[in-house]
Design a protein around this ligand. Structure first.
Ligand code: SAM
Length: 260
């Protein structure tokens, strides 16, 4: 496993609680993926970086089976703790070295992983290797339309997050990974849902190192970031850290076909 890929073992116990979709939305996201990627009840899917099955567990109700790989054994262990009967096979393996023969899967899913791997192009070549022809790569990523006050807070955080050699933010945005020479984009759709969060969430995230951008930061760096973000929250919200702010979040789904 390349040392720069970001293993989520340390997040296994808080990942679902801190990244969960609002009630009922995970099921809607699954139905949206099925509809837009034309999945069927006998479709077999390979998910790269399946994590705790946040996407795969609800999706597995609609398809024949899902095979999931991940470098984090602790994230993988959560899948069947959540739903023992889910038709999901798991393997501890790296996206850079997918443990399946060439041309094995007609559908590969990637969700929130390309920005975490050491070499996204190598991962995409591996995915292309295990895809049958014709076949599709389904790529999903989340987005949030931050309300203006949250954007000011987020801007302050961006000044502090670690920009060291291993920072995920020195890597391109995941949209830039799909080279037109290698992939046809045949679909792109957005699914949106209402959500809410309070300003305190930012502070809890920093204090508890919930986001992978915090994992390479030293304690003093994190403390400085916390104080700076707290100051901006005070400017924006006064002492009212607990009031929920409503906004829209969503996912973008893209479907790519390998060109070669
Ligand atoms: C942000 S989580 C996303 C999990 C899931 N796909 C989702 O959307 O909730 C990223 C996952 O990718 C895994 N990961 C990171 N680098 C990897 C690699 N090179 N090979 C396989 N898995 C990797 C991490 O361990 C983590 O479980």
């Amino acid at each position: 496993m390349p040392e720069e890929s970001i293993n989520y073992d340390r997040a296994a116990d808080f990942y679902d609680a801190t990244r969960a979709y609002p009630d009922g939305i995970a099921e809607e996201v699954a139905a949206f993926i099925v509809q837009k990627a034309l999945l069927k009840s006998d479709t077999n899917i390979l998910e790269i970086g399946i994590g705790t099955g946040r996407v795969a567990v609800p999706l597995s109700a609609h398809v024949g089976s899902i095979t999931g790989i991940d470098i984090s054994s602790k994230m993988l262990a959560k899948i069947h703790e959540k739903q023992a009967s889910a038709p999901i096979q798991i393997a501890e393996a790296s996206a850079e070295n997918i443990p399946f023969a060439a041309r094995t899967f007609k559908h590969v899913l990637v969700s929130h992983i390309l920005h975490l791997v050491s070499d996204p192009q190598a991962v995409l070549s591996e995915i292309s290797r295990v895809l049958k022809r014709p076949a599709q790569l389904i790529h999903i990523r989340g987005f949030r339309d931050n309300p203006p006050k949250f954007e000011v807070v987020a801007d302050e955080w961006r000044k502090h997050r670690k920009l060291g050699k291993k920072s995920v933010f020195e890597r391109a945005s995941s949209n830039d990974f799909f080279l037109p020479s290698d992939w046809f984009k045949i679909e792109e759709h957005r699914f949106t849902y209402p959500t809410k969060e309070n300003p305190k969430y930012f502070l809890d995230a920093i204090k508890n190192r919930w986001w992978s951008t915090m994992w390479a930061m030293s304690e003093p760096e994190l403390e400085i970031a916390y104080l700076a973000v707290e100051r901006v929250i005070k400017e924006q919200f006064g002492d009212d850290y607990d009031s929920e702010v409503e906004f829209t979040a969503g996912i973008v789904l893209q479907v790519f076909l390998p060109k070669k």
